[in-house]
Design a protein around this ligand. Structure first.
Ligand SMILES: [Fe+2]
Length: 294
């Protein structure tokens, strides 16, 4: 069976048919999916009942797993439920119980409900993320995606010229501060030092430009903080208008793959007394965005 993709949204997002994510892909299948990613930016694979090792193996068809020694979250490895190579985005603690509403890990997760691009707070931000739905709550918990290429294309010429060369500073400190979570240790503050990212990126495969925004962005080099924050807020509001947004209603065993270089996403509310078990694998990017000429 060959890979086929049908659009799920007027400007991006495709649903893939003809792929079994448990199996090794042929070179042609990898190429078709990669091509689909550069066109659609978000791909949905239905009915993929996969294990963690299968998800990791599937992910590695498309690049190298992101691997940082500095924490991107505050749970140490010994406190984690899952093995290496896969990140736990559930509301469960390491024993499989629903985590306390006062758990710091839960506060960190709540920050993911702000629009963001994965690992934009790292020196080399992520390429693709793949999220697998293993158990879902009965209500809510959609993931929304916004197409940052379509948003860029829709900017007026003056704003396009204004953003072209801007460099932003991204940090987990800024996005957590935005939800009022400022209780960080000295070690966390040191690990979350701001990194620089271009505001406009050019996709290496499609050649399309996009806005590289995230709630992690808290400063623009050479701008005052209030001016920068208001401009980033305005741009984010513009870029997440309904016409650029797809809301994914999860079904069990959905696997959704998105390109962090050309989209933003956010988690949506659900009943925290119900289990949501979703697991993410992430591919590292190629180079710091500041080295990329627009
Ligand atoms: Fe995310």
């Amino acid at each position: 069976m060959s890979v086929s993709i049908r659009p799920l949204h007027p400007v991006f997002v495709g649903e893939v048919d003809g792929v079994d994510c448990r199996k090794a892909l042929t070179r042609e299948e990898v190429a078709a999916i990669d091509e689909g990613m550069s066109q659609y930016a978000v791909l949905v694979f239905r009915d993929q009942d996969i294990t963690d090792p299968q998800q990791i193996a599937f992910t590695r068809h498309f690049g190298e797993l992101e691997n940082y020694n500095t924490p991107g979250h505050i749970r140490s490895r010994r406190d984690q439920r899952l093995g290496p190579g896969i990140a736990d985005f559930s509301n469960l603690d390491k024993d499989g119980s629903i985590m306390s509403a006062e758990d710091r890990v839960w506060f960190f997760k709540l920050g993911d409900r702000l629009w963001h691009s994965d690992s934009s707070f790292r020196p080399i931000p992520a390429k693709y993320s793949l999220l697998s739905a293993r158990a879902l709550p009965s209500w809510g918990a959609n993931t929304e995606f916004a197409d940052m290429r379509a948003a860029y294309d829709a900017l007026d010429d003056r704003t396009k010229a204004e953003v072209e060369e801007l460099i932003c500073e991204h940090s987990l400190i800024y996005s957590r501060e935005a939800i009022g979570f400022t209780d960080l240790t000295q070690e966390e503050i040191a690990a979350f030092q701001p990194v620089r990212q271009r505001l406009v990126r050019t996709h290496p495969a499609s050649g399309r430009k996009s806005l590289f925004l995230a709630s992690h962005a808290g400063a623009i080099v050479g701008w005052t903080i209030p001016e920068a924050r208001m401009f980033l807020r305005d741009l984010t509001e513009f870029a997440t208008q309904r016409e650029f947004v797809y809301s994914h209603a999860w079904r069990p065993h959905d696997l959704v793959m998105w390109d962090n270089r050309s989209t933003m996403h956010r988690a949506r509310r659900f009943d925290r007394n119900e289990i949501r078990d979703v697991r993410r694998t992430t591919l590292g990017g190629d180079a710091p965005t500041v080295e990329q000429a627009v």
